[in-house]
Design a protein around this ligand. Structure first.
Ligand code: GDP
Ligand code: IMO
Ligand code: MG
Length: 430
């Protein structure tokens, strides 16, 4: 039975959380495989809003076991605060499983994230300052601390001492920051052990037991294709592999365990942080302002205003290929309702006049391309009450149809509002 993946096809915040929540009702496990609390996934159920950063979005169903896989980086203080938040809302978080192999985000990772950004000045990446990059860097350097290290106080203190022997001179001499105290950090982290240990487990084993038993396992991507460390707009990316292939390393499954890959596409484009964005509409442009206002395009996590733009199907088509999407889910179609006409980017023109029908791999080309748009008529009526594809105006259906035709991937779902029930299932997916 299938492993299914939910993956973002743009620059994040497509609505992965709401579609994970929607699809998880039929799952047994819901697994995060990369990223950390740089993610902000919003779910709205009966008007109640849940904002999740680390806990998988399947947590709201009592029969779903939420799993934080080995590929995730975890700040245990943030995880505990999130569990407390969920418990206060009446959600039973006891089933949550946390991989003992996941790496820990330490206070010096967050301090270094801030220091690197400050040092970059105008060239800063606009990270979430959650310590994500430095934690994955230490993982690659093989000097990271893992969740399982918390079980052995002696080992934990030794590894931390060793880490600070390098981090403290870096912080104080290179970045002019205060050095950190190993004992203080160790005491704070080890004090969390009684609260964390009931959750710590062998998540790879759990995932394979479920797959072997024929249960449906849903893998929830965080970030998105163009924030992928290898395939995104480097260096303006995150430090993990959000693409569907990242599931294999980040959760411990093989490609043959994955059968369904749902690419989530916002009906327009947004990006938080710096980096190239060919179809961007700039601050003060009335269309940009409408997209931000209607779409409430402010970061779930950091509150930053997201940069808006028209839908860029060149990027989505490439994302469908990189992720081998079996289907697409379109979100926030309702945000486009007031426009008389809609533009969709279908190609780029390079600074030397070259026509691109694909995403150019070279950074400086992507920085300087101008978008080639196709224009579509808008529908000019609100659609947030649509329950069936036939409830959508013809122009909206044509817009969805064009996305399918251009990308060559069927659209299974369209969402017309943030609520769980505001999901239109296309006949093929029913
Ligand atoms: P994620 O990071 O991909 O899970 O997405 P976020 O939760 O960060 O951002 C998506 C935002 O759009 C959230 O505030 C959602 O509640 C909201 N949202 C999701 N789907 C829809 C939709 O179809 N229409 C509208 N208007 N808002 C939506
Ligand atoms: P979800 O899962 C949107 C962006 C940051 C920055 C870059 C690197 O909610 O879609 P990092 O802190 O990861 O080192 O920052 O990546 N970024 C996101 N943008 N949605 C996210 O997550 C993001 N997670 C990171 O803004 O540009
Ligand atoms: Mg988000």
């Amino acid at each position: 039975m299938p492993g299914s993946v939910i993956v973002g096809t743009q620059w994040g915040d497509e609505g992965k959380g709401r579609f994970t929540d929607y699809l998880a009702k039929e799952a047994t496990l819901c697994v995060r495989y990369q990223g950390g609390h740089n993610a902000g996934h919003t779910i709205v159920v009966d008007g109640e809003v849940f904002k999740l950063q680390l806990v998988p979005s399947g947590v709201l169903y009592p029969w779903v076991t939420p799993v934080i896989g080995n590929g995730v980086v975890v700040d245990p203080r943030v995880l505990i605060a999130e569990l407390d938040m969920l418990e206060a809302k009446g959600v039973d978080t006891r089933p949550l499983r946390l991989s003992g192999n996941a790496h820990l985000i330490m206070p010096y990772h967050q301090e270094l994230d801030r220091a690197y950004e400050r040092k970059l000045g105008k060239s800063k990446l606009g990270t979430t300052k959650r310590g994500i990059g430095p934690t994955y860097a230490d993982k690659s350097l093989r000097v990271g601390l893992r969740v399982q290290d918390l079980f052995d106080e002696k080992i934990f203190r030794e590894k931390l001492d060793l880490a600070l022997r390098e981090k403290n001179p870096l912080l104080s001499r290179v970045y002019n920051r205060l050095p950190m105290d190993a004992k203080e950090i160790a005491d704070a982290y080890l004090a969390l052990v009684p609260r964390l240990s009931p959750h710590i487990d062998d998540t790879v084993h759990i995932v394979h037991e479920a797959l072997d038993a024929g249960h449906w396992v849903l893998f929830e991507g965080a970030q998105a294709t163009y924030l992928d460390l290898d395939h995104g707009t480097y260096p303006y990316v995150t430090s993990s592999n959000p693409i569907s292939g990242g599931v294999c390393a980040g959760a411990g499954v093989g490609p043959r365990d994955i059968h369904r890959i749902v690419g989530v596409v916002k009906a327009y484009t947004t990006r938080v942080g710096a980096g190239p964005f060919p179809a961007e509409l700039f601050f003060g442009d009335p269309i940009a302002d409408t997209l931000v206002d209607r779409g409430r395009e402010f970061g779930t996590n950091t509150g930053r205003r997201r940069r808006p733009g028209w839908l860029d199907l060149v990027m989505v088509k490439h994302a469908a290929r990189l992720n081998t999407c079996t289907e697409l889910a379109i979100t926030k179609l309702d945000v486009l309702s007031p426009f008389d006409e809609l533009k969709v980017c279908v190609g780029y023109r390079g600074p030397d006049g070259t026509h691109y029908d694909h995403v150019p791999y070279h950074q400086s080309v992507l920085h300087h391309v101008t978008p080639i748009y196709e224009t579509f008529p808008g529908w000019n009526v609100e659609i947030e009450r649509a329950e069936h594809i036939d409830d959508l105006p013809q122009q909206a259906r044509d817009y969805v149809r064009f996305i399918e035709e251009f990308t060559g991937v069927p659209v299974s779902f369209v969402s017309v509002g943030p609520g769980r029930e505001q999901t239109v299932v296309l006949p093929r997916a029913a």
